[in-house]
Design a protein around this ligand. Structure first.
Ligand SMILES: Cc1cc2nc3c(=O)[nH]c(=O)nc-3n(C[C@H](O)[C@H](O)[C@H](O)COP(=O)(O)OP(=O)(O)OC[C@H]3O[C@@H](n4cnc5c(N)ncnc54)[C@H](O)[C@@H]3O)c2cc1C
Length: 503
C-alpha cells in the first residue's frame, strides 16, 4: 500500500482532505461529551416548542404585524426562565457552558416551528459571539455576569450586534469593502473613552437588548483599520432607540434603529480598538478581518441551522397536509408525484443539515469555540462545579494578563488557513441552509394549493420568515463570493474578489 508520506502528499492535493472532511477529523479530536450535550439541547428545544413556541407563533406574528410597537417581553421572560440566555455562555463567565457547537441544533429546532421566535431567542448569541471575538476578558466577564444575574432576577439581559448602517450593509460587514463604503458611525477618542455619533439600522432584537456590541470607526474613510468595538448599554446618555422596521417576515423580532448622539463610552467598555490591536503581532487590518471571520463563521452556521429549520417546518406542514387531504378520492401521500415532492423536501432538509453540521465541525476545530472544545479544558470545565470556577475566574478574568493570554492564543496564533476555512464554511452553510429553506417553502406552497396561502396554515408565514434569511448575515449573493474567495479561488493568482483591480 502507500507509505505515510505518500498518503500525506496525496491528501494535500486539491481538494485537500482537511478542507472537505472536517467532520471526520473532528470525531477524534472533539470531546464525545458534545454529543450528549447536543441531545440535551435538542430535547430542551423540543419541549420548549411544545409548551411555548407552537402555541404562540401565529398569534405573535399577527400582533407584531398590527402593532410593531408591541414588544414580546412575555416571551423573552419565558425564554429567560428556561435558561436560554446563559445556556451557551461559557462556565468561566458564570454561564451554563453548553458547547457553542450545539447552538446550531438549537437554532434548527426552534426555527422548525417559528423562525421569528428563533431569531428573537438567538440574536442574543450574535451579539455575544461578537463580544467574545474581541477576547477582552474583563468586558466579557462583566457583561456575562449581568446576563447570569438577569436570569436569576427574571429580567432578561440580552445583547445585540450592531454593525449595519443605513448606507452600508454589505460594505460594513466585509473588510475589503469598508474603506469605499459609506460609513457614518464615528468614534472620537477622548482621554478616557470614545464619543460615539451616528446610527445603526436593522439590529435584531435591539429594542429588547440591554447591551449593544457596536462597530464604529475613528476614520470613516479607513474603517478597515480604525474599527472600534464598543459595548453600549441601553440607558446610556446619548443613546436612544429609533424606529422599528415594518418588515415582511420574522415580525415578532424587532429590527431596530440605534441612535448615538455624543454618546460617551468609557475605556472600560471598549472591547477592542486599534490601540489594543497594535499590541498583537498581526497587522490591524488582519486582526479586523479575523474578527469578522470569527463572527460570521459562527453566526452564518447558525443561520444555516435556521434555514434547515425552515426547510423542515415547510416539509412537516406539507407532509401533514398530504397525509390528511384527498385528491381524486385518494390520500395525497399515495399520489406518486406527491411522494416524489416529499422525498425531495426531505432530502433538502438533510442536505441543509449536513452543511451546517460540517460548518459546526469547522468552527469547533478552527473557529470561535475551538479553545473550549479542546478535550482536557472541556472536561475540566464540565466537571468542575461552577462555584469553584467562579472563585478562580472572577479573579482571573479581571486581570490584564488573561486578555493578553487569550488574545495571544485565539487571535495571534490563529492561522490564515483556519480563518479561510471558518469564513468559507460559514458562508457555505448559510447559502445551502437558507436556499433549501426557501425551496421547501415553494414546494410546500405548490403542494398545498390555496390552503397554503391561509395564514393559520403556517406555510405562508414560514415563506415570509425564510426569505429574510437569504438577506441577513450578508446576502446569499455576497456569501457566494465569500465561498469563491475562501474555498474556490485557492492559489489561483488571477482570482480577485471584492476588488476593483480585476482584469
Ligand atoms: C431581518 C433582518 C435582521 C438583521 N439583523 C441585523 C443585526 O442584528 N445586526 C446587524 O448589524 N445587521 C442586521 N441586518 C442587516 C443585514 O446583515 C444586511 O441587510 C445584509 O448584510 C445586506 O446588506 P444590505 O441590506 O445593506 O444590502 P446591500 O449591501 O445594499 O446590497 C444590495 C444588493 O447588492 C448586492 N451587493 C452589495 N455589495 C456587493 C458587492 N460588493 N458585490 C456584489 N454584490 C453586492 C447584494 O447582494 C444585494 O443584492 C439585518 C437585516 C435584516 C433584513
Amino acid at each position: 500500500m502507500l507509505s505515510s508520506s505518500e498518503i500525506k502528499s496525496m491528501l494535500e492535493k486539491e481538494p485537500k482532505f482537511d478542507d472537505i472532511f472536517c467532520s471526520l477529523r473532528a470525531t477524534g479530536k472533539q470531546p464525545k461529551g458534545i454529543i450528549k450535550e447536543a441531545k440535551e439541547v435538542i430535547a430542551i428545544a423540543r419541549k420548549f416548542n411544545e409548551e411555548i413556541v407552537r402555541k404562540q407563533t401565529i398569534e405573535l406574528d399577527l400582533i407584531s404585524h398590527e402593532n410593531p410597537d408591541d414588544l414580546p417581553w412575555d416571551y423573552m421572560k419565558e425564554a429567560n426562565k428556561w435558561g436560554f440566555f446563559t445556556m451557551f455562555v461559557p462556565k468561566i463567565f458564570g454561564g451554563k457552558g453548553y458547547s457553542m457547537s450545539t447552538l446550531g441544533y438549537f437554532c434548527e429546532e426552534i426555527s422548525s416551528v417559528c423562525l421569528g421566535l428563533a431569531t428573537l431567542t438567538c440574536a442574543h448569541y450574535l451579539g455575544y459571539g461578537l463580544l467574545i471575538s474581541s477576547w477582552n476578558m474583563r468586558v466579557i466577564n462583566k457583561i456575562s455576569r449581568e446576563i447570569v444575574e438577569g436570569e436569576k432576577n427574571g429580567k432578561p439581559c440580552l445583547l445585540s450586534l450592531a454593525i449595519t448602517e443605513a448606507d452600508a450593509g454589505t460594505d460594513s460587514q466585509n473588510i475589503e469593502l469598508m474603506d469605499t463604503g459609506n460609513l457614518v458611525c464615528h468614534a472620537k477618542k477622548t482621554d478616557d473613552g470614545y464619543i460615539l455619533n451616528g446610527s445603526k439600522i436593522f439590529i435584531s432584537a435591539g429594542h429588547l437588548s440591554t447591551w449593544h456590541i457596536t462597530h464604529a470607526y475613528t476614520d470613516l474613510n479607513k474603517g478597515s483599520e480604525s474599527t472600534v468595538m464598543l459595548a453600549v448599554k441601553t440607558g446610556s446618555k446619548g443613546f436612544s432607540f429609533g424606529k422599528k422596521e415594518k418588515k415582511m417576515g420574522q415580525k415578532v423580532c424587532p429590527a431596530s434603529e440605534l441612535v448615538f448622539s455624543d454618546c460617551f463610552v468609557p475605556d472600560d467598555l471598549v472591547c477592542i480598538d486599534n490601540r489594543k490591536s497594535k499590541k498583537l503581532s498581526k497587522a490591524i487590518y488582519d486582526t479586523n478581518a479575523q474578527i469578522f471571520a470569527y463572527i460570521w463563521g459562527g453566526s452564518r452556521t447558525g443561520v444555516g441551522g435556521f434555514g434547515t429549520g425552515a426547510a423542515r417546518g415547510a416539509f412537516e406542514e406539507a407532509l401533514k397536509f398530504a397525509s390528511e387531504n384527498k385528491l381524486d378520492g385518494k390520500l395525497m401521500i399515495n399520489h406518486s408525484w406527491c411522494q416524489a415532492t416529499l422525498a425531495e423536501m426531505y432530502s433538502n432538509v438533510a442536505v441543509a443539515r449536513a452543511s451546517y453540521s460540517e460548518a459546526n465541525y469547522v468552527n469547533g476545530l478552527h473557529g470561535l469555540w475551538k479553545l473550549l472544545n479542546i478535550k482536557p479544558l472541556y472536561y475540566l470545565l464540565k466537571l468542575t462545579p461552577l462555584s469553584v470556577l467562579d472563585i478562580i475566574f472572577k479573579w482571573f478574568n479581571e486581570k490584564e494578563f488573561s486578555t493578553w493570554f487569550f488574545r495571544k492564543l485565539c487571535l495571534d496564533l490563529h492561522t490564515d488557513d483556519e480563518i479561510r476555512r471558518i469564513d468559507g464554511w460559514g458562508a457555505l452553510a448559510k447559502i445551502v441552509g437558507t436556499d433549501k429553506g426557501m425551496e421547501n417553502c415553494r414546494l410546500a406552497l405548490e403542494l398545498m394549493g390555496h390552503a397554503g396561502v391561509r395564514h393559520n396554515n403556517r406555510i405562508e408565514k414560514i415563506y415570509r420568515d425564510a426569505k429574510l434569511l437569504q438577506i441577513y448575515e450578508g446576502t446569499n449573493q455576497v456569501n457566494r463570493m465569500i465561498v469563491f474567495k475562501r474555498l474556490v479561488a485557492g492559489k489561483n493568482p488571477d482570482a480577485c474578489v471584492f476588488s476593483a483591480n480585476t482584469n
